[in-house]
Design a protein. Sequence first.
Length: 455
Amino acid sequence: MYQLAIIGGGPAGYTAAQMASEAGLKTIIFEQTAVGGTCLNIGCIPTKTLLYSAKQYYQMQHAAKYGLSADNLSFDYQKMQLRKQKVVRKLQAGIRQKLKNENCTFVAEAATVLSHDEQKIELEAGGQTYQAERLLVATGSTNFVPPIPGIQDNPYIWSSTDALNAEALPASIVIVGGGVIGLEFATLYSELGVQVTIIEALPTILPQLDGDCVRCLVDQYAKRGIRFMTSTKVSRFEGNTVYFDNGEGEQSLVADRILVCVGRRANLQGLDNLKVEMSRGGIVVNEMMQTSCKNIFAAGDVTGKVMLAHVASRQAEVAVSYMLKRIPVQRIAYNAIPSVVYTNPEIASVGLTERDLQGPDCVLPIEYESRVLPMTFSGRYVAENETQTGLCKVIVDKKNKTVLGVHAVGYPASEFIAAAAFAVRMGYTVPELQQVVFPHPTVSEILRETAISKL
């Protein structure tokens, strides 16, 4: 009997497997496709690999701004795809090697829960039966397919997975969904010369992010020719025609391809016999990632909490630490989870937004100050980001000067948002942040400059 069985080999699954095996638990992990989960195989890593290639091509096209010239520019999309595959294989091999080094049993099969009680879980995979004292469910999430007429079996409609694996680019594309996935694909296609239209049912794209940062991005993308259609609902598809209503009656739009990316849902496949509490979002867990059955845990997208790879990994660490009875007890600070949208310019965010602190969506009714500076207050930013202004916003508790949230648009916001996350996580005040010495010249200095801008 194994001491821990894990279903799912994504960030939550392989993180838990490595940690548990290293601590001496006899561990088995089941993954039916490829180790690394959605993030490594059809999500974070392949999209960022393609985005990097597209960004280099875009920068080369605008090299004159930096005193450079380049003639006869071109790109080979198939070679970009080959490089993407090489990157994914390399990282897969690294994960497999780590699991092997820790003597973790890996089963390349789908696992199904047969039965369980508080002493034992019984599973089946590949025709064999396995038993374990504990179970960690880390089955991730899948693309949500909205019930729009004409979407099923339509050869013109892509999921994000279809788009990632396409061997050639379309001349034009309609992206249904103005969330993170939609905007990152819009970036990729636009920088490679594809005509892009984004349709979003809500009044704004990226509605969960800071409004000023989003408007900054939209302004720049509109200048590049990306068309935004917000407050617009898609009513049906007919081949490569999208029918929609923006309040002025039904209209239509034709494109070579239609990419539908309107969110993801917890993957509960193989868990029909799992008798634990569930909600519409997925498996219900407590702060230790424990389900309503004390020897069954869940981590990652399947919990429906925050569908980000780094959150999945941290949830797995908390779950395994609890199994190992490690002191002090670990918990996750969900108020300090950084997020990044890898557009160009990129948006990075952590903590509360102004929307959280005012209006009908208010979650913390306190007085606050919003301190904002253009990213051009950083000398390094000016040197490396010609014609882009960007912005950094630090939200501060007006009474005690605690840093509540940080939001930035501009490269490389993704690299210094971790410092902001640390400040939010540890409850730093502005005077405490002022005492931190940032290296010069770096774009990260904008964090300190913005925070102290009203002192």
